[in-house]
Write a protein that binds this ligand. Structure first.
Ligand SMILES: *Cc1c(COP(=O)(O)O)cnc(C)c1O
Length: 398
């Protein structure tokens, strides 16, 4: 997945454009910037790539999710339904706007189970937030039907799935709003950064203002601009946008490399009795940033994961024990530990995660292993890896 592996001349060229004139800010300073508007260019390129009307760059994927929520009018006490398997940023971004993350079970797609989503809808629900984990789509058609039925927003956390598609549409562009992360370990990186995409003019305008202290961006004098509503600073810098511009232009190249490497590993693992693969919803195509597979049960998954480590196969994740990606280890969330007092809507509105039953997700996660697909592997390295992986797993679960 990581675009940082192939940092090169294109990235340096765009960075040099910025360093050359020293305008590190995305807004203003027109006279000094010698025509370089990297953030603007990257937004236009994202619109084109994602086939949406609008794109708003921000400082991170977490910020993108918060900005998306605020821009669509989601705030204190509103409930956002999201999966129990995701990166912590998904619920952090919800809590940052005073809203309540309602975690529900996933299924063998490793994304939201639509039946669990429907059951979790209450009078306070405003948003369904699928997370396209590990490069593959949630069941968007089913989730959209639930949203339409109950009048909810569909907000896609596509931070791990840029370049993947559903019914031919780029992930992130299917729902009312979609978010990407360009942090250092994502498929394409800005160093740090994120983006919101949408076809909704009002949300886009709100995102533009909200991410820059409420600035309406009318005219050419920042100090004289108006502030129609309260905002925040979630701006991206020109330096970060410059790197992103280079990386986005290389996305298809990266996806091609990932697909090749993924396919070699998958074909090898497919020969191992007992291994099955994560279900990709009908009509979806992965971005091949991870290969995720199931062992028959938790005990064999643990043995297989251990054997992979011992065989020197790096980049294999057993999410069930992971501190950052699965509810089981989110003690800080379960106990609502925070340096400062949390908004009352959260402290009183939060489901009791100490006692909530996630046994359906546990049954899936306990059997799951994902291997990160790298860009820099040579053919020889991938083939060697395929051999070591199949050997280790065969030995572990025989
Ligand atoms: C990386 C990630 C984010 C947050 O992105 P940052 O840019 O690191 O803030 C959000 N959701 C998911 C699923 C992610 O993997």
């Amino acid at each position: 997945m990581p675009g940082f592996e192939l940092f090169g001349d294109t990235e340096r060229k765009h960075l040099n454009d910025v360093v050359d004139n020293g305008v590190l800010m995305r807004y203003g300073f027109e006279g000094m910037r010698k025509g370089h508007w990297k953030a603007r260019e990257l937004e236009a390129a994202l619109c084109q790539k994602m086939q949406t009307k609008h794109a708003q760059l921000v400082s991170s994927g977490t910020a993108a999710l918060s900005v998306a929520l605020s821009s669509a009018g989601v705030g204190a006490g509103d409930e956002v339904i999201m999966p129990a398997f995701t990166f912590v940023a998904s619920f952090e971004s919800v809590m940052a706007v005073g809203a309540v993350p309602v975690l529900v079970d996933i299924d063998d797609t490793l994304t939201l189970d639509p039946v669990a989503v429907e059951k979790a809808v209450t009078a306070r629900t405003k948003v369904v937030m699928p997370v396209h984990m590990c490069g593959s789509s949630a069941q968007l058609k089913e989730l959209k039907a639930i949203c339409d039925k109950h009048g909810l927003l569909l907000l896609e956390d596509a931070c791990q799935a840029i370049g993947a598609t559903y019914e031919g549409k780029p992930l992130g562009s299917y729902g009312d709003l979609g978010c990407f992360s360009f942090d250092y370990v994502k498929t394409i990186t800005c160093g740090e950064g994120g983006a919101v995409i949408t076809n909704n003019d009002q949300y886009a305008q709100n995102a533009d203002h909200y991410s820059d202290h409420g600035h309406d961006h009318v005219g050419k004098d920042r100090g004289a601009e108006q502030h129609p509503f309260l905002g925040y600073n979630f701006r991206i810098s020109e330096l970060h946008a410059a790197v992103g511009l280079a990386q986005l232009s290389r996305l298809d190249e990266f996806l091609g490399i990932q697909k090749r490497n993924y396919t070699i590993l998958r074909e090898a693992l497919n020969t191992v009795p007992g291994i099955t693969f994560r279900r990709v919803p009908e009509g979806a195509e992965e971005n091949y940033s991870f290969l995720s597979f199931f062992l028959p049960d938790e005990s064999s998954a643990r043995k297989a994961h251990k054997a992979l480590g011992e065989a020197g196969v790096d980049g294999c994740f057993y999410w069930y024990d992971n501190n950052w990606h699965y509810v089981r280890q989110w003690q800080h969330l379960k106990e609502l530990k925070s340096p400062g007092k949390l908004p009352q809507e959260i402290s009183t509105g939060m489901p009791d995660y100490q006692n909530r039953d996630f046994s359906v997700s546990d049954a899936v996660m306990g059997r799951t292993i994902s291997v990160l697909i790298k860009l820099g592997w040579t053919d020889e390295e991938v083939n060697d890896r395929a051999e070591r992986m199949t050997g280790a797993i065969r030995g572990a679960i025989k």
